[in-house]
Design a protein around this ligand. Sequence first.
Ligand code: ZN
Ligand code: ZN
Ligand code: ZN
Ligand code: ZN
Ligand code: ZN
Length: 239
Amino acid sequence: MRFTETDHFSHPHRLLLISAEVPFRCDGCKELGFGLCYQCPYEECNFHLHKECGNAPPSTSHPFLKRCNFKFYKETPGWRARFCDACGLDINGFLYQCSHEHAHDLHPCCAKLPKSLSNNGEKIYLSNQVRSKCLKCKRKEIANGVKGWSYVSSCGNYCYHVACVKEAIIENWQSGYFQLDATNELQISGPSQELAGRRGGNSGWRKARKLWLILKLVVSAIFGDPVTLISSLVQALLD
Ligand SMILES: [Zn+2]
Ligand SMILES: [Zn+2]
Ligand SMILES: [Zn+2]
Ligand SMILES: [Zn+2]
Ligand SMILES: [Zn+2]
């Protein structure tokens, strides 16, 4: 099945699947997006949907929430503010919600987070049972009384909340935190260089490099294809 074009109830024009050159705000779930998305061909509409939001099936399930049957809604049913069980962030648009009295909620993209991802000999797993503290916030739980999901390295020593990485990216994509090195690879400058500087020596460098590779994997898992992510970020920084 091909999804290169779609009609969507949320927009009057036919949408095309493109690789966005700049980060976009999804008009479905209202979250930030990079790379592949459905875009209205009429520029004046400035309308985008995450691929996941444009193709969201009317119901779904998740292995972490086995007893929940999730239904798609274009906005939160009821009056209460909702938080995503996976990333802990507010829900402001499209969502999946289960029918339990204390309902679970998921952003459409969070319902589709990859279970694992590997590259350069490193592998990360999506987990809802964190044993180690998140390297970003130094805690096991995230705010809003939500436990939140994490990506954990195969050795178990490196752990990042989806929430923390998502928030850091949203805050930093405009402020020069991302740079390109000579090989056109995404550099996440903060933690790795700090760590290498503090520890020094070969083992410090190895550890910093491992951390950097894992962080890159986590960013790719949450936001999709890293190559697209890089060019998007560069484009955004040049504007
Ligand atoms: Zn979306
Ligand atoms: Zn349009
Ligand atoms: Zn439920
Ligand atoms: Zn979420
Ligand atoms: Zn965290």
